[in-house]
Ligand binder design. Structure first.
Ligand code: FAD
Length: 370
């Protein structure tokens, strides 16, 4: 069988899967990443958009930045900085209060160092998936992960029924691989049937999620009445945060680009109208317009943007963390790891910690078992 040389399959190329794959490969384990999206990054994505006049704009429409405090994560971040794929985003942040129509809590000194990928948030995952020992297959979602008892291996099948190969181990880095949300969205059973591993199934729980709309805006001129480059909103039912994408290091400054995030409540209200079906472009335009108009209500003289578009994140943030201590789920018998931000904390640092923990489980196995 052609794939026997490949040892571990990592499902998902978000930061948890990418960090895990990188650590496995550095440990001499050959890895194949399967990613249903067109490129790496997951919720640390970057999006290229073309305006009506043909101008191209790039936005970090998922996580705008991340922070780190764990020494192991900080060590990785330092390595990424030295490779030029991460830099500090040293701008002022604050809050805008709709009640007083004023900026409040503007940081004199940043409360924590903010990091961004260079030139996009997805650059870290991209660089990791290109490391030696890793084969990455994008646009290839895994529909079925089957344990072959007689071979002591896993067989993976793609969404179109394609045979993706046999693997000695599997890392599932997205909760949808085992959750009923996958069934709600696709009408199919989740790829990974955890009933074959009762001990893990007992511990893994459905994870409720918080949804979010991100709205991307490009302006000809800087928004000079905004004194900060990132802020949260107080007393808005619609907007939660705003970030000036074009102020990040390594980005083009030929236009002023902002990304707005909706509140979870606003996103829920819209999603209640449609379920998790693909949203019509009319509804996405309505969302974009509503968030933009709320921004205009700040009174900060926000002109009509050159470009305005909304993106739905149905599962932006896990609402609970289900493996805070262990950081991942692990079946040594079957060499199955489950990781992702939903295990540790709903942010990039939590996802990195979980990916690192999953890789370390494989490192504890006797060499002969892989
Ligand atoms: C709008 C928004 C704002 C955010 N703001 C912040 C912030 O300010 N700071 C911060 O630290 N974090 C923030 N986050 C959260 C952060 O982005 C996530 O915690 C982190 O990126 C999660 O990484 P992950 O690897 O666990 O999951 P993901 O990034 O979701 O990766 C999972 C990957 O698996 C793939 N996949 C799923 N199923 C399959 C399958 N069957 N086959 C193949 N591939 C599959 C998915 O396509 C995806 O690429 C934000 C997120 C969003 C959406």
């Amino acid at each position: 069988m052609s794939n026997l040389a490949t040892k571990v399959a990592v499902i998902g190329s978000g930061i948890s899967g990418a960090v895990c794959a990188s650590a496995l490969a550095r440990n001499g384990i050959s890895v194949t990443i399967f990613e249903s999206g067109r490129g790496p990054g997951g919720r640390m994505s970057q999006r290229r958009e073309i305006a009506e006049d043909g101008r191209e704009f790039v936005f970090d429409h998922g996580a705008p930045y991340f922070t780190a405090s764990n020494p192991g994560v900080l060590g990785l971040v330092q390595e990424w900085e030295s490779r030029g794929i991460v830099a500090s985003w040293n701008e002022k942040f604050g809050s805008f209060d709709f009640a007083s129509k004023k900026f409040v809590d503007i940081e004199e000194e940043p409360s924590s160092q903010k990091y961004v990928g260079i030139p996009g948030m997805n650059s870290i995952c991209r660089a990791l998936t290109l490391e030696p020992g890793i084969t990455s297959r994008f646009g290839l979602g895994v529909a079925k992960v089957e344990w072959l008892e007689s071979e002591g291996s896993w067989s993976l099948t793609g969404f179109n029924g394609e045979d993706l190969g046999i693997f000695k181990g599997v890392v599932a880095s997205d909760k949808n691989t085992f959750s009923s949300r996958f069934t709600n969205a696709t009408g199919r059973p989740p790829p990974l049937d955890l009933s074959i591993e009762p001990e893990v199934a007992l511990k893994v729980k459905e994870v409720p999620v918080v949804s979010c709309f991100a709205v991307m805006l490009a302006f000809e001129q800087p928004l000079t009445l905004i004194p900060v480059k990132g802020f949260s909103f107080k007393n808005s039912d619609i907007l939660s945060r705003a970030f000036c994408d074009s102020s990040k290091p390594g980005r083009s400054s030929s236009s002023e680009r902002w990304v707005l995030h909706s509140t979870g409540e606003y996103a829920d209200k819209i999603i209640a109208r449609t379920g998790f079906q693909k949203l019509s472009s009319a509804l996405l335009s309505e969302v974009a317009e509503e968030l933009f108009q709320e921004l205009q209500r700040t009174g900060l003289h926000i002109p009509r943007p050159l470009f305005l578009k909304a993106h739905r994140w149905g599962s932006a943030f896990p609402a609970t963390s289900i493996a805070v201590k262990e950081k991942c789920f692990w079946s040594g018998n079957k060499r199955l790891a489950i990781c992702g931000d939903f295990c540790v904390s709903p942010n990039v640092e939590g996802a990195i910690l979980s990916g690192m923990a999953a890789a370390s489980k494989f490192a504890e196995l006797p060499v002969s078992s892989l």
